[in-house]
Design a protein around this ligand. Structure first.
Ligand code: CAO
Length: 243
């Protein structure tokens, strides 16, 4: 790849040169590696989370009494974990031998956490077996550890799939980079009230933007369409998480 030529920016005005942190350097190398190796496709959808949000608000205070700060995130982890158990191509990695695909029988979900020191991705193990409260507690604990630089190496290993939620920050959508050897990543943006046609009239509904990037060597558009449709159905009617 032709290198980007070095530029002396100081010839154009005042500058400040700051050393990259160790985490920034790891992210730089990992992102470049993933971007260059993986043929990415990103598919978008909006999930109607009006009912999910009404339920979350209903139980929020009760959850707080048990020490749980309930955000939409643990519902997303729960729904993604269930969808991963039903769509094994997403819970897989391409084998380094180039001849096999490895299907995983466990569901570990990486969580992108924005910290002052850079991007960290702690892993929630066996996410499919945990309750929404348990996922909420673990996500908060891992995010706090990431921010305090207290994550142990084994708490950042073994993810099958990553969720990157910018919902608490903002934006309408983005195209996340697949974190190899995983084959897919879910980006989540900020939910927003939108007018939706119900057949007779426009109704205000809370819509959650979902962005699914995947490795097109391992996953086809049809697989991704089915996965995202299932995830959308689970989030739009969380009773389906029980089925
Ligand atoms: N839509 C609307 N509101 C949302 C939302 C969404 N999708 N997701 C979260 N919110 C709300 C929460 O409910 C909370 O509001 P209340 O306090 O009123 O309930 C508020 O936004 C803040 O949430 P949070 O960000 O503190 O908590 P979280 O569980 O949503 O996320 C964590 C936790 C660790 C994922 C997040 O702090 C974080 O680091 N996000 C950035 C990830 C990132 O950097 N991704 C990019 C990686 S690639 O460069």
């Amino acid at each position: 790849i032709p290198a980007i030529p070095a530029v002396d920016f100081s010839q154009f005005g005042e500058i400040e040169k700051v050393k990259l942190s160790k985490i920034d350097k790891l992210t730089r190398d990992n992102m470049a590696r993933c971007w260059l190796n993986i043929p990415h496709v990103t598919q978008f959808d909006d999930a109607d989370i009006t009912e999910l949000e009404a339920f979350r608000k209903e139980v929020k205070d009760e959850a707080l009494k048990s020490g749980v700060k309930l955000t939409p995130l643990p519902f997303l982890i729960k729904a993604a974990a269930l969808a991963l158990t039903r769509h094994q191509k997403f819970n897989a990695s391409l084998d380094a031998d180039g001849e096999h695909i490895v299907y995983k029988k466990y569901v570990n979900i990486g969580l992108a956490v924005d910290t002052p020191n850079g991007l960290m991705v702690p892993v929630i193990k066996d996410a499919d077996k945990k309750s929404v409260y348990a996922l909420s507690i673990e996500a908060a604990e891992l995010a706090a550890k990431a921010k305090d630089r207290k994550l142990k190496p084994n708490e950042m290993q073994g993810a099958c799939f990553t969720i990157s939620s910018l919902g608490g920050i903002g934006g309408k959508g983005f195209t996340p980079i697949v974190n190899a050897p995983e084959v897919a990543i879910l980006g989540v943006s900020k939910a927003d009230i939108q007018p939706r046609w119900n057949g007779q009239t426009f109704e205000p509904r809370l819509m959650l933007p979902l962005c699914l990037s995947y490795d097109h060597r391992a996953i086809n558009g049809g697989d991704a369409g089915r996965f995202l449709t299932e995830l959308n159905a689970l989030l739009s009617d969380i009773r389906r998480l029980l089925l």
